[in-house]
Design a protein around this ligand. Structure first.
Ligand SMILES: Cc1ncc(COP(=O)(O)O)c(C=O)c1O
Length: 452
């Protein structure tokens, strides 16, 4: 199968997006009126016409996250190989619930995940699966950790436990854990917020104090979450110390490396992830710094028996359990019917090779350094410390909300505002596109100077 038409459509789109607006100005009423006037689904329409119309809507009414000046929330530009991967998946529609239905797809995923799990330093027998994203991977981690720590949980629920289980993370960790605690029946108060040091990394003294206090109060601590690349400021928690603490206290260490996990490939950056090899489980998203289209998360766990216990399922309507050295994904993960999520990562890795990926990741890290330096030269104050390409900044008297609104209005760049710790809101810019160049950054910083 040749993908020449797709290749040239992608190339055309890339240059159209790079030279067009980044941020749309549209109201819900405008889009609803447009859809209502054209699509009542009573008369069939020509597919070419509808597809062109929808493409027009996406081109006009969307923040263009693949724009080189989208400095946003970890939404990447996507490689051609990964687009082809998703197209192939849609064409063949492999069902990933069982191994026997889609042997090729299952083995391609297993191969890809085993390779990446090895990079994280996990043992060969570790369990790994593709998920819809980081939130599902974090949900998986909590369910598996609960199942292992409290064997009664699976059959009898939390009500049977003598004490309420608790999770420890910082205020900078991803807020999916609050939803996870709600969904898992732990309740949102089970998420205990640990203090941070001056660089927003988890304060180990405070962690130890809170765990001890909670035990004293009759609660049942079972999990600590360390983040590699917090969403707001790109902070990496002190993983070796967390691993030591968790081992000594009998707690599950989950590392949420949804965005920053890709840095494990980089010889320049991977030292900052030291300690991740000791994690009980890891979240890493392919649809962030691995630059493939959504939705593609990954959940790794060094305890396959706990994963099997958490997600076990038996029915008469599913094909019989596949025997041999394989698993049926519906018995080892949250999802049942599942898309062949892993192909886009497999194809992109195969096409670029590890060296190509290292270059892509290190390019973005370098662009983060370029941005930091350009901002400082222009008199901005950078307020976060990280080797990863997230830069949070401000200047005396700046109102970040007004500032980012002006950036959008003049189509200079997409950035956001964020509140770090107990501080006032600041501006946040993350290099999420492998297409961002030094001249994009210099132009943006120059234009920003004209706004303030
Ligand atoms: C650190 C971290 N963890 C988890 C998530 C959630 O991932 P997803 O949006 O893929 O569900 C994010 C999203 O940005 C994140 O930054």
């Amino acid at each position: 199968m040749m993908f020449d038409e797709l290749r040239s459509a992608v190339a055309k789109l890339e240059s159209a997006i790079a030279s067009g607006p980044i941020v749309p100005t549209v109201t819900p009423q405008e889009i609803r009126g447009y859809l209502a006037s054209r699509y009542d689904f009573t008369t069939p329409l020509a597919l070419d016409e509808v597809a062109a119309d929808v493409e027009g809507m996406l081109r006009t009414w969307q923040v263009q996250v693949t724009h080189p000046r989208y400095f946003g929330l970890f939404n990447p530009s996507v490689t051609l190989a990964s687009i082809i991967g998703d197209t192939l998946v849609a064409m063949y529609n492999p069902q990933l619930a069982t191994w026997r239905t889609s042997p090729a797809a299952n083995e391609i995923e297993r191969h890809t995940l085993a390779w990446l799990g090895g990079k994280f330093g996990l043992p060969a027998g570790a369990s790994a699966s593709f998920t819809s994203g980081g939130a599902e991977a974090n949900l998986s981690a909590v369910i598996v950790a609960l199942t292992r720590a409290f064997p009664e949980y699976g059959e009898h629920g939390l009500g049977r436990l003598g004490a309420a289980p608790t999770i420890y993370l910082t205020g900078e960790a991803h807020h999916s854990f609050n939803k996870v605690a709600h969904m898992a029946g732990l309740g949102r108060r089970a998420v205990r917020t640990v203090g941070t040091d001056g660089q927003l990394q988890m304060d180990l003294g405070d962690l130890a104090r809170r765990v001890a206090e909670d035990r004293h109060e009759g609660l049942a601590p079972f999990m600590v979450v360390g983040t590699v690349g917090t969403t707001g400021a790109g902070v990496i928690d002190p993983l070796p110390e967390l691993a030591r603490f968790c081992r000594a206290e009998g707690l599950w260490l989950h590392v949420d490396a949804a965005w920053g996990g890709a840095a494990i490939l980089s010889p320049r950056l991977r030292g900052h992830l030291a300690g991740i090899e000791a994690a009980d489980s890891i979240t890493c998203d392919a649809h962030k710094w691995f630059s493939v289209p959504m939705a593609a998360g990954m959940f790794f766990c060094r305890h396959p028996e706990a994963v099997g216990a958490a997600f076990r399922a038996e029915t008469s309507y599913m094909p019989g359990k596949t025997v041999g050295p394989v698993v049926d994904p519906y018995t080892t993960s949250v999802q049942w019917s599942r898309r062949f999520i892993g192909l886009k990562l497999f194809l992109a890795l195969a096409e670029r090779g590890e060296a190509g990926y290292v270059e892509m990741i290190e390019h973005q890290a370098r662009m983060g350094d370029v941005l930091r330096a350009a901002l400082r030269r222009a008199g901005w104050r950078v307020v976060n410390t990280t080797p990863l390409p997230v830069v949070c900044f401000t200047r005396e008297g700046l109102d970040p909300a007004t500032f980012v609104a002006a950036l959008y209005e003049r189509q200079i760049a997409w950035m956001s505002q964020v509140r770090l710790g107990a501080g006032a809101p600041v501006v946040r810019a993350c290099i999420t596109s492998f297409r961002t160049t030094e001249s994009d950054i210099e132009w943006v910083v120059r234009e920003m100077g004209r706004l303030t």
